[in-house]
Design a protein around this ligand. Structure first.
Ligand SMILES: Nc1ncnc2c1ncn2[C@@H]1O[C@H](COP(=O)(O)OP(=O)(O)OP(=O)(O)O)[C@@H](O)[C@H]1O
Length: 490
């Protein structure tokens, strides 16, 4: 069941801006507003493009007097600037950080109305829309972990800059690439707040702020959003994504009861959790998120080390074939620091070369019977009779060759050879007397001497492997014939 939105609009929507309207920002860049494609709780959301470019962006529009977009723009200006995000990624050696960046913002006049705008990148799809159409409204543990990884990184970044998000939910998570859960981005910073000056002074007016079924116990108490609260909110979301349930879903309309149910849930941990997640692979991560959140004081920052360790352990427990999907591979690559990837590759190359050296030193070369699976089940070709049979087979093959029924594409010299030996050939060439002194592969004399056989044009035109097989088989036959029928050989 998706979280419900309140019907009481505390803020007005602005007039709908016409598609094609141009807005010039402080840097004198012109942006052209496109169609409206969503309406948030507080504002309109349109597509948009910078003039002269083709990349689709998103513009959020609200009356200039509205609070939420004002708050959001401030957060974007302070912590969601591209250079800050890039610095954090470089410092922490990560390639993907699931937060949006501000492209432009400001205020403009539209007719008689003053409007505030915020331009950010456009993402492909909202996680909530995928969840709603998923079976049972649930995600697999693998997907839960992929999203968790993105959101944990995003929270670590936001917390590092002393901010909290306070409204994590599938509707506020967008995917940069549709169906690639490792490209999840945490959006909507309307409730985000600087939290380093937090004081544990609950205010009833603020109680239950956020999305009731996911919000933290601190928010239920009426406190400002906390770092630990963000972990708690993420944990509730993970439980909901993995199981499709939360014990307080039916109580959504009465936030106080939701708060009480959450308190009971914490008091009954870990049983209350395992009865919901039923051993899902992401259970351990959720448990740690709840534990870390619980042991962190209201004003303190959370310890991401333990969370990340648990994350690595939980991910590695997931089935290997699932994790080798393209999306997971690209995610793993993205999440690994560049140096680690290089070091990993180098270590693999080193290991391989050491193994090779070991193999050369210790392992005797294997025969084809050992190497080819299933070949060792066939009886070994050892008896003279068997060798004679093989030799006869080869002889037959040559005969077929001489009848021109070979599948191999003959080269010009093989064609000459075939024409020369073709019995009753009907070409003009075959009527000519044979003048060439080239040895015939078919003659017993040739087959008796391997050196001559190798030089026979027909044999020379076999691909390399086949030539040596033919030569070996004929040699075997010769040897076998000599042994089995000495008088004939003589
Ligand atoms: N950058 C974006 N790219 C693609 N879609 C977006 C983007 N930003 C927002 N949306 C879509 O618009 C919806 C509402 O966006 P957002 O939550 O930011 O608006 P809001 O006015 O803050 O609404 P609310 O706070 O009530 O959720 C999102 O769920 C998403 O579907």
């Amino acid at each position: 069941m998706p979280p419900k939105k309140g019907n009481n609009r505390l803020h007005e929507l602005c007039t709908q801006v016409k598609s094609g309207t141009s807005i010039v920002d402080v840097k004198k860049r012109t942006f052209v507003v496109g169609n409206q494609f969503a309406v948030g709780g507080f504002g309109r959301i349109h597509t948009c493009k910078e003039a002269g470019t083709s990349k689709e962006l998103v513009i959020k529009l609200e009356p200039a007097g509205n609070g939420p977009l004002f708050t959001e723009v401030n957060v974007f200006q302070r912590i969601l600037r591209a250079e800050l995000i890039e610095n954090f990624k470089a410092k922490n050696k990560i390639r993907w950080l699931g937060v949006p960046h501000v492209i432009a913002n400001g205020i403009f006049d539209y007719g008689t109305e003053r409007m505030r705008y915020l331009i950010i990148p456009k993402y492909a799809v909202s996680l909530e829309s995928i969840r709603e159409s998923a079976k049972g409204g649930k995600f697999s543990s693998e997907v839960c972990l992929q999203i968790a990884q993105c959101i944990i990184d995003a929270l670590e970044y936001i917390h590092d800059l002393d901010y909290t998000h306070a409204d994590i939910k599938a509707a506020n998570i967008l995917l940069e690439r549709a169906n690639d859960f490792s490209s999840a981005v945490l959006v909507d910073y309307g409730l985000a707040r600087k939290s380093n000056t937090n004081e544990d002074k609950p205010d009833k007016k603020r109680a239950h702020n956020g999305t009731a079924i996911f919000t933290s116990r601190d928010a239920h108490r009426g406190c400002q959003p906390s770092y630990r609260g963000d972990l708690e909110i993420l944990a509730y979301n993970l439980i909901f994504w993995a199981s499709g349930k939360l014990p307080w879903l039916a109580l959504e309309a009465t936030p106080q009861k939701v708060f009480e149910a959450k308190q009971k849930f914490f008091a009954d941990l870990p049983d209350s959790l395992s009865s919901l997640t039923k051993g899902a692979s992401c259970e351990e991560l959720v448990k740690v998120l709840l534990e870390v959140s619980n042991k962190t004081s209201y004003t303190a920052k959370v310890d991401y080390k333990l969370i990340k360790k648990t994350f690595v352990r939980t991910s590695s427990k997931l089935a290997t074939p699932k994790r080798s999907s393209r999306a997971v591979k690209s995610r793993r690559k993205a999440e690994l620091p560049i140096e680690k990837t290089v070091a990993k590759k180098k270590a693999a190359v080193k290991r391989k070369s050491e193994e090779d050296v070991e193999n050369v030193q210790t392992t005797p070369p294997k025969s084809r019977r050992e190497v080819v699976p299933g070949l060792s089940n066939f009886p070994a070709r050892k008896t003279p009779q068997r060798k004679v049979a093989v030799a006869k087979k080869v002889e037959k093959k040559y005969k077929r060759l001489s009848m021109g029924r070979v599948v191999l594409k003959p080269s010009s010299s093989l064609q000459v050879f075939e024409e020369q030996i073709s019995p009753g050939g009907n070409t003009k060439k075959s009527e000519k007397p044979q003048t060439s002194s080239t040895p015939s592969a078919d003659s017993p004399a040739t087959k008796a001497r391997i050196a001559t056989l190798k030089k026979a044009p027909g044999v020379q035109n076999f691909p390399r492997g086949r030539r040596s097989i033919a030569v070996r088989q004929v040699a075997l036959r010769n040897a076998a014939v000599r042994k089995a029928e000495p008088e004939f050989a003589a």
